[in-house]
Write a protein that binds this ligand. Structure first.
Ligand code: ATP
Ligand code: AMP
Ligand code: MG
Length: 211
């Protein structure tokens, strides 16, 4: 039996700019309305706080340009710190959503966001892949001035990254026997994807109670 957390753990992945954080902000609203116990944790925030303290970066989009060994160190720290925080905050009725990436596009190639050490620390029940058409994601990159995503490339490169992202999610899922659940983020309707995430969490909770 692969190890599991006492709470339901859902890792939310998807290419940069697809809308993970937007969808999870909507998910937060729904879960609050339904009085559910949850934590939404942004994996990049854990990496960023350490990287800023060490003076390695000033902005979150610089993280994927760091030397790989530094990214690995930050990644391992983030997984452990995030899991410990969730363990302190959640009971066996809770749901943890982790806002992160199954693949990181770096100057030296595609690199796993959820390699064995990380995915075995987080112990997900399910890995969600958020998707949208590459043209739409490219538009998000152009419109969102708060982020520096130009290194992700144009529509064709985003299309390739989308297919790598699916493969990467399944590869990580294999290591911990998690499901992979693909959710479309419809333009102008991020709440639809959010409702799907809540429904997935409820299904997983119900299955747990029956076991
Ligand atoms: P990153 O991996 O870089 O953190 P992300 O997947 O979290 O990216 P967001 O920051 O949530 O992506 O969204 C990127 C941009 O796309 C934002 O400007 C957001 O407002 C917009 N956006 C996201 N989802 C939708 C949607 N369903 N309809 C319209 N705009 C959207
Ligand atoms: P985000 O805001 O989700 O894009 O997170 C900021 C940055 O953190 C990302 O662009 C990556 O460089 C880094 N990051 C987030 N999750 C991971 C992960 N699982 N592995 C490696 N780097 C990550
Ligand atoms: Mg985000």
């Amino acid at each position: 039996m692969p190890p599991r957390n006492k709470f339901i753990t859902i890792i939310v992945t998807g290419v940069p700019g697809v809308g993970k954080t937007t969808v999870l902000n909507k998910t937060k609203e729904i879960l609050e309305q339904e009085n559910m116990e949850f934590k939404i944790a942004n994996f990049g925030n854990y990496m960023l706080s350490v990287a800023i303290k060490k003076g390695w970066v000033k902005h979150r989009d610089e993280l994927r340009h760091l030397p790989l060994r530094r990214q690995l160190e930050l990644q391992e720290f983030a997984a452990r710190a995030l899991r410990l925080d969730a363990e302190h905050q959640l009971t066996n009725k809770g749901i943890l959503f982790v806002d992160t990436h199954a693949v990181i596009k770096t100057p030296t190639g595609y690199w796993p966001g959820l390699p064995e050490n990380v995915v075995k620390e987080l112990k997900p029940d399910s890995i969600v892949v958020i998707e949208a058409p590459p043209e739409i994601i490219y538009e998000h990159h152009r419109r969102d001035a708060s982020r520096k995503r130009s290194d992700i490339g144009g529509i064709n490169q985003i299309g390739e990254l989308l297919s790598i992202a699916r493969v990467a999610a399944m590869s990580s899922a294999v290591l911990v026997a998690a499901s992979v659940y693909v959710v479309e983020n419809v333009e102008g309707k991020p709440e639809e994807a959010a409702y799907k995430l809540v429904a997935l969490a409820k299904m997983l909770m119900e299955m747990n109670n029956k076991s």
